[in-house]
Write a protein of this length. Structure first.
Lengths: 193, 193
């Protein structure tokens, strides 16, 4: 009986000790990270296009989190993205500014293979590595990886890249988010009998 | 106990009594994480860390248990203590050395409850190793594990491109290869008594 009690005591002491050490460590060695940045970054479309004026989606998320940037600077995210950001941050919805980049229909880049001279400049510009090719070889674009950020258009010396809008077909069609218009209801002057 | 004694333990655990090929412990990470070379290096590093730490800490716990006459609690308390200490170290590393934390990554918590991690402390207790011997034994076993894991993943990457009969594709040919490797390592038998 005593050996059983001893075993119980040893295991309980061990568990309590480890629990206390782990609890202490989780408080003492807590890693300071801003969870808000991760949440904002999850809403952003991860095109890394730089149209917001930041070098990528995460820097933009950090700028939004510390309040130095507006939420309406992300054209690939569209108005849905702004709505989600507004909801997350508890601020008013803001439409895109008139002089800022506007959202466009989704498009992928296409290289005119006859004109391409194989200079690799567009490969270096692509933020998602969607362009294949090597020096003096024809380049091509992986349509499934292309985010339509248009960053490859500017560096091309022979202007052989075009943006092709992506139509809706069975493979990429999605349900639309339900939009329920909210109308202001006038309170009736007197309730009906 | 001179230096050559520890060197012999190291040599015997790495080559002669290899933890995977001779003792047949830790087969799940051996098969599961050997598909990619980078993953196997991360797993090897995490295992080395956990096994060395586990061998040392469970030697101390074993002293406590032996003093209380509770040797039958070894299995239970070893795994609890190893899991707790590894968790504690993970918290500390996360805070103090983010680079190391990135290298060990997800493998650190995964390897904690591996059978090799439990088996090596139990072998230590069975053979009555001293504290230093336990540490070297654990470290050597982990080195052997890492060596085999990395060698095997290099072979497996080549197997991907090999023309294997359909019935043997994937895990079957990997198991056959592991068997052949085990046979090859039997050549080291008798190197260390």
């Amino acid at each position: 009986m005593t050996s059983l009690l001893l075993a119980l005591l040893v295991m309980i002491a061990l568990a309590l000790l480890l629990g206390a050490v782990l609890g202490f460590a989780s408080v003492r060695f807590r890693v300071q990270g801003d969870p808000l940045v991760a949440k904002i970054d999850a809403i952003l479309p991860q095109t890394q296009c730089g149209q917001c004026g930041h070098p990528g989606c995460r820097p933009y998320a950090e700028a939004i989190a510390d309040g130095s940037e507006d939420i309406n600077k992300c054209p690939p995210g569209g108005e849905d993205g702004i709505k989600k950001l507004a909801e997350l941050l508890g601020v008013e919805f803001k439409p895109f500014a008139a002089d800022a980049p506007q959202p466009k229909p989704r498009a992928v880049a296409l290289i005119d293979e006859a004109t391409c001279i194989g200079c690799t400049l567009c490969i270096q510009a692509c933020p998602v590595d969607a362009i294949l090719g090597s020096a003096k070889m024809m380049h091509t674009i992986l349509a499934s990886e292309c985010t339509g950020c248009e960053l490859c258009l500017a560096p091309c010396p022979v202007d052989c890249i075009r943006m092709i809008p992506v139509g809706t077909d069975l493979t990429n069609w999605k349900w639309r988010y339900p939009t329920i218009p909210i109308k202001s209801v006038k309170t009736p002057a007197e309730p009906r009998a | 106990m001179d230096f050559s004694h520890y060197l012999l333990i190291l040599l015997s655990t790495v080559l002669v009594n290899n933890v995977v090929l001779v003792r047949i412990l830790g087969l799940c990470p051996f098969m599961g994480v050997s598909k990619k070379l980078e993953a196997s290096i991360g797993m090897g590093a995490a295992t080395t860390f956990v096994l060395t730490l586990g061998a040392g800490s469970s030697h101390l716990i074993n002293l406590l248990l032996t003093a209380a006459g509770l040797e039958y609690l070894r299995t239970l308390s070893f795994i609890v203590v190893i899991a707790g200490i590894v968790q504690f170290t993970e918290l500390v590393i996360h805070k103090t050395s983010p680079v190391l934390y990135q290298v060990l990554g997800i493998y650190l918590p995964l390897i904690t409850t591996n059978c090799a991690v439990l088996g090596i402390p139990l072998l230590n207790a069975q053979e009555g190793h001293t504290f230093a011997e336990s540490l070297v034994f654990g470290f050597g076993s982990a080195l052997g594990f890492s060596l085999i894991l990395i060698l095997f993943s290099a072979m497996r990457e080549r197997l991907e491109g090999a023309d294997v009969p359909a019935a043997f594709k994937g895990t079957p040919i990997a198991l056959v290869t592991a068997g052949l490797m085990s046979l090859a390592f039997m050549g080291f038998g008798g190197l260390v008594k």
